[in-house]
Design a protein around this ligand. Structure first.
Ligand SMILES: [Zn+2]
Ligand SMILES: [Zn+2]
Length: 343
């Protein structure tokens, strides 16, 4: 089979590999679409320590079951599926509580680090445990289904926050995940959703997808625009960048007693306005990956609550993918999602 292998820092080769043979509880999936994630772009130069070459990246995929191990029940060749980016054990205390994203034995598809190595789905075939797979709703295209992972990330963030109908929210950062958080908040019935970003193209998309107002953070009156629209501050703030200025903006815009959900983690450390958090009794939530939101994500995409087609920048063949990694890395354009489609 063909695979796009990361062979060195930011260096790729399309290689021929032997197709995986499933263990008793594993399935082999013929990949139809796999999204390039921001974590692949940031990790491919080796700086995150999570993409140690050689590795086949790719954890946002959909495809058709090709072979199943002899203990697998619930999946058969021909099934249209996606899979959880987290390989969880199902046994540890966190898994028992349903918090599979915190699994003590957590591995991630398409990630290679000092603790484990899992080849991902920038390839004709990918292998994973059957228990992390999900059947696709009828009629959902493979390209849309490849968004189950990022949509799940957005739904998980909104679940963490507890945001509910009639409440107000600000979303700091309107990249791919931010645009999905905005739609998840809209689906949850939030009455005001204010999007922030530095890029006007993304802000326009944020407005089209459900933001009640979109504010360029560079504007000198950015804060006033938001508080004017809200008639004060928001019940919830979502930070989808991961840097000191954006974390501070999120905290600045949330009302006393409100919640700040941190999704972005570009910088390993940020400065926090401690007194505002303490005296305002803000609740800070970290939100990581997905914890059971896959079925809801697939349903939301299938029924149109969350639109993903406007987020597709390009669908490309495996041979073109390396060029797109370079383009996405240089980031001189507000690209959103690039899907690698092996066939
Ligand atoms: Zn991802
Ligand atoms: Zn576990």
């Amino acid at each position: 089979m063909k695979a796009l292998e990361l062979t060195g820092p930011s260096t790729f080769a399309v290689v021929e590999k032997t197709a995986p043979v499933p263990g008793a509880n594993e399935v082999v999936i013929r990949v139809k679409a796999c999204g390039i994630c921001g974590s692949d772009i940031h990790g491919m130069d080796g700086s995150s320590g999570r993409r140690i070459p050689p590795v086949v990246m790719g954890h946002e995929a959909s495809g058709v079951v090709e072979i199943v191990g002899d203990q697998v029940t619930g999946f058969a060749p021909g099934d249209r599926v996606t899979f959880d980016s987290t390989v969880f054990c199902g046994q540890c205390d966190y898994c028992q509580q349903g918090r599979v994203n915190l699994c003590d034995n957590r591995q991630v598809m398409g990630v290679s680090c000092s603790e484990f190595h899992r080849d991902g789905a920038f390839a004709d075939m990918v292998m994973c445990p059957a228990h992390i797979c999900h059947q696709l709703p009828e009629g959902l295209s493979f390209e849309e289904a490849a968004f189950a992972e990022p949509v799940g990330v957005a739904l998980h963030a909104v679940n963490r926050s507890g945001a509910s109908a009639g409440q107000t929210a600000v979303v700091i950062g309107s990249g791919l995940i931010g645009l999905l958080v905005i739609q998840a908040l809209k689906a949850a019935g939030c009455s005001e959703i204010i999007a922030f970003d530095l890029d006007d193209t993304r802000l326009e998309l944020a407005r089209q997808l459900g933001a009640t107002m979109a504010v360029n953070s560079r504007a000198s009156d950015a804060l006033d625009q938001a508080t004017g629209q809200l008639g004060g501050k928001a019940d919830h703030a979502f930070e989808v960048v991961g840097a000191t200025p954006t974390v501070n903006l999120a905290i600045e815009l949330v009302k006393k007693g409100g919640g700040v959900t941190l999704v972005g983690n570009l910088a390993p450390e940020v400065q926090l306005p401690l007194q505002k958090v303490v005296t305002g009794e803000l609740t800070i939530y970290g939100s990581c990956a997905i914890s059971g939101e896959y079925p809801a994500a697939l349903t939301a995409i299938a029924n149109g609550d969350i639109a993903v087609k406007p987020l597709i920048t390009a669908s490309v063949a495996i041979d073109e993918a390396a060029d797109w990694f370079a383009k996405l890395k240089s980031a001189d354009q507000p690209y959103l999602k690039v899907l690698v489609c092996p066939e």
